[in-house]
Design a protein around this ligand. Structure first.
Ligand SMILES: C[S@@+](CC[C@H](N)C(=O)[O-])C[C@H]1O[C@@H](n2cnc3c(N)ncnc32)[C@H](O)[C@@H]1O
Length: 270
């Protein structure tokens, strides 16, 4: 194949500059790629039988700011339920334009920090603009990869993923990184549209059941703590990173082993 002419190369460079406006070193970047896991079918885009959704493009970012979101998702009530306190170090993983990051920044206050991560630099650029306009200075945008969530080790009190986990294309690598970023006892919170409910008007691959979330997340060293179901369409699924040596305790919803029922002999007397 012949090389493109000089004007064509300039045109290509111009288009790329528009599409990727960040200089490569403008945002902290997560580390190297890792090997695919055996039960992660990259070819078919599935993980443990679930179809992994495509990443939502930055071209649709306006959808994240739609006014109807307040009614549909009740973001303030969702955050109230998480008990975010002043001074906490939290992360909004898959932050998009920072719809929740900015609200979290207000809650953790000037002594706290919000790491806002995303795999799309264009999303983070919009997030930075919104934070600047709102005068928010405790949000740290971090450009990450699907293989490395790019958070500091052992520092985070709470990780929030709203409408993100089902897009993660390397769940095990991501969960490993998220787990090591959490303090012992720190929480990983997934807010996902309820796949148990066929009336929730979202594509199936953008929904999750609690059962599926548990099957994927608990084997990676987390324990289900609580499921909150008061939102109109989503559930709030809260996992925690157990303290060292604390993985043996039963998870929320586990009632322990089934009781053993001795067979009853038929009474010959009738
Ligand atoms: C549907 S949007 C939700 C954005 C935001 N959480 C919100 O509720 O407004 C999903 C976002 O997750 C990001 N994303 C997908 N996979 C990711 C990953 N492994 N790590 C970080 N961000 C990811 C996408 O780029 C996109 O911005």
């Amino acid at each position: 194949m012949s090389r493109p002419s000089l004007p064509a190369r300039w045109a290509l460079a111009f288009v790329l500059a528009l599409a990727f406006p960040f200089p490569a070193d403008a945002l902290p970047m997560a580390g190297p790629r890792q090997q695919p896991r055996p039960d992660h079918d990259h070819r078919h885009g599935t993980y443990r039988g679930r179809v992994i959704a495509e990443v939502m493009s930055y071209l649709g970012a306006n959808w994240l700011m739609r006014p109807s979101r307040i009614e549909e998702e009740r973001p303030d009530e969702m955050l109230d339920a998480l008990g975010i306190e002043p001074g906490m170090i939290v992360a909004d993983v898959g932050a998009g334009v920072g719809y929740h990051s900015l609200k979290m920044a207000d809650r953790v206050g000037p002594e706290g920090v919000v790491y806002a991560t995303d795999v799309q630099p264009q999303m983070l650029r919009m997030l930075q603009q919104r934070a600047r306009r709102a005068g928010v200075s405790n949000v740290r945008p971090v450009l990450v990869t699907q293989e490395d969530p790019g958070l500091p080790e052992g520092e985070i009190d709470l990780i929030l993923m709203v409408d993100v986990y089902h897009e993660v294309s390397d769940p095990e690598a991501t969960l490993r990184g998220l787990r090591s970023a959490l303090k012992p006892g720190g929480r990983l919170v997934l807010v996902e549209f309820r796949a148990e409910d066929p009336t929730v008007p979202i594509k199936p691959e953008h929904k999750m059941t609690v059962e599926q979330a548990r099957a994927e997340i608990e084997p990676q060293g987390f324990r289900l703590k609580e499921v909150l179901d008061f939102l109109p369409w989503q559930h709030i699924i809260i996992f925690e990173k157990p303290a060292a040596g604390d993985l043996e305790k039963p998870a929320a919803g586990d009632t322990g082993p089934e009781p053993v029922v001795e067979p009853v002999e038929a009474d010959p007397a009738g």
